[in-house]
Design a protein around this ligand. Sequence first.
Ligand code: ATP
Length: 236
Amino acid sequence: MIITKDLCKVFRTEEVETSALHDVNLHIERGEFAAIMGPSGCGKSTLLNIIGLLDNPSNGNYIFNNTDVSKKSEKQRTHFRKGNIGFIFQSFNLIDELTVFENVELPLIYMGLTTSKRKAKVNEVLERMNISHRAKHYPQQLSGGQQQRVAIARAVVTSPKLILADEPTGNLDSSNGTEVMELLKELNQSGTTVVMVTHSVRDSEYADRVIHLFDGKVVSENKHKQIKRELIKEKL
Ligand SMILES: Nc1ncnc2c1ncn2[C@@H]1O[C@H](COP(=O)(O)OP(=O)(O)OP(=O)(O)O)[C@@H](O)[C@H]1O
């Protein structure tokens, strides 16, 4: 589903040039749950933004669903994203002026669905995220965990094939964090590919694979089962 070939990203301002990604080669299969980890500034969000077609690489190729999208225009990228990719952010990114229902409905309006189809889909997904009793509330009237459940509802309402999550539990306490991770696991088990940036080792354990970045380069890719085997070996 996701193939990157020698992917590079350079940010240029008048004074400085920052190489944020350097020859990143990745292959993420459909249905996989991958975590991206690494120290602050190593390029995790930059990589997620390129994978999510929010930004283009400076060099190299990005093949999404068998199409080379490395050099697509902003308009073409928006078209590719629509209905295909759902985003979840650390700070929820809900619109304060809209109710829970209206926030979740928004992507369906962009997709041109009729009012009745939108209503059915939004209600179904709010039910699934266990937040339908707050449909008429505004984001500021909800707890952090509830806001993130709404953000997940908004991300999945179009049934995207790919969910990208940037530190989804970063602003949550551990019990709300666990709930969010369980929801992501459920989505993955029902066939959605998940790519998540995280600083949390505990969250990374939900993933099939952990991709470690350092200074814009992939330094290791561990399958969790392999990590666990190595830990057991160490203990013996
Ligand atoms: N728009 C930009 N303009 C210039 N430099 C940028 C821009 N975005 C990111 N960078 C630089 O690129 C590098 C990678 O940034 P990025 O945000 O991808 O790191 P990160 O691993 O997600 O960090 P964190 O864990 O702190 O969120 C950093 O050195 C950062 O300063």
